[in-house]
Design a protein around this ligand. Structure first.
Ligand code: BV8
Length: 247
């Protein structure tokens, strides 16, 4: 067991408000490819960064819609992993927990986390391309992409694409909570995507203890008080076991 795991458990026991930021790495052990992983099958030749943009959807709405349909099918067929369940249990171990995820897969909610802020939206929601209103997909709609029942425009996935702004309430709430926390844990993110990658700086501004869980070094690593080098699916259950022992 990493010595810092014991130190991290001690920091969590003393914490008043824990802020957790997760990225694609926490879903990797469920079988969801991260944005850094090469894509598989017919999507192997596409770069996610090029597909997850309004421009890509404008140029080829059918291609982009099919990519998201493939991801929806992939995520629907897998389950949360021990890292998601450990975080769902963490809420019982600390006075206040804020969970913000960059992921759009909905796995935190399926693992039982009661309050999840989806910084980049959710794969399974549909919004109107014209006005961004949330829409329900008509069961008999076979158009690709489907048509907005309100205005006849195209529907698009309810995610934040590169070049699009984070919803202002989600952005403000996330930064306010990061600035108020006393322990900030970054799990499974390359810390490359802005503005999510700036959240830890707000926590540093509040002298929070900074913890990173990632098998690899990231731009955030040098700012971390504790770095737990390894997989979330191994580290987080061990951390919760330590907390349970003390309790
Ligand atoms: C905005 C939804 C402004 C879509 C996503 C140049 C410099 C700085 C910034 C920019 C720049 N050029 C452009 C920008 C801004 C841009 C950006 O940051 N680009 C990056 C690529 C440089 N950001 C934006 O465009 C954002 N908006 O800035 O708006 C604005 C303001 C006003 C008005 C208009 C505009 C919007 C960004 C949101 C993009 N949407 N998702 C979809 O999913 O299809 S982000 C998408 O990529 C994912 O959601 C995910 O969040 C992100 C990838 O990041 P990670 O989650 O970190 O995943 P990644 O694969 O990178 O890393 C995985 C990590 O896990 C690795 O570190 C790995 O080691 C680790 N790992 C692996 N296995 C495990 C593990 N860890 C633990 N356990 C394991 N088992």
């Amino acid at each position: 067991m990493q010595s810092s795991l014991v130190s991290v458990a001690k920091a969590l026991r003393q914490a008043r408000h824990v802020f957790v930021l997760t990225g694609a790495g926490i879903s990797a052990e469920s079988g969801v490819p991260t944005f850094r992983d090469a894509q598989t099958g017919l999507w192997a030749k596409y770069d996610p960064l090029q597909l997850a943009t309004p421009g890509a959807f404008e140029r080829d709405p059918s291609l982009v819609w099919k990519w998201y349909s493939w991801r929806r099918e992939l995520v629907s067929a897998i389950d949360p992993n021990p890292a998601h369940y450990a975080l769902a249990n963490l809420v019982e171990c600390v006075p206040e927990l804020t969970l913000v995820t960059q992921n759009v897969d909905g796995l935190h909610q399926r693992a039982g986390s009661p309050a999840v802020s989806e910084f980049h939206g959710n794969l399974f929601t549909n919004i109107c391309w014209r006005d961004g209103s949330t829409q329900v997909l008509a069961a008999n709609d076979i158009e690709i992409p489907p048509i907005c029942p309100d205005c006849g425009s195209m529907l698009r996935p309810g995610v934040v694409w590169f070049g699009e702004a984070i919803k202002s309430d989600v952005l403000d709430n996330s930064f306010n909570r990061a600035a108020a926390c006393d322990v900030f844990i970054s799990i499974g993110t390359s810390s490359l995507v802005h503005p999510a990658s700036a959240l830890f700086e707000a926590a540093i501004g509040n002298d929070a203890t900074i913890i990173e869980v990632n098998p690899e070094i990231t731009p955030m690593s040098k700012a971390a008080d504790f770095v737990l080098r390894g997989k979330a699916g191994t580290i987080l259950p061990e951390l919760l076991d330590l907390l349970a022992v003390e309790d």
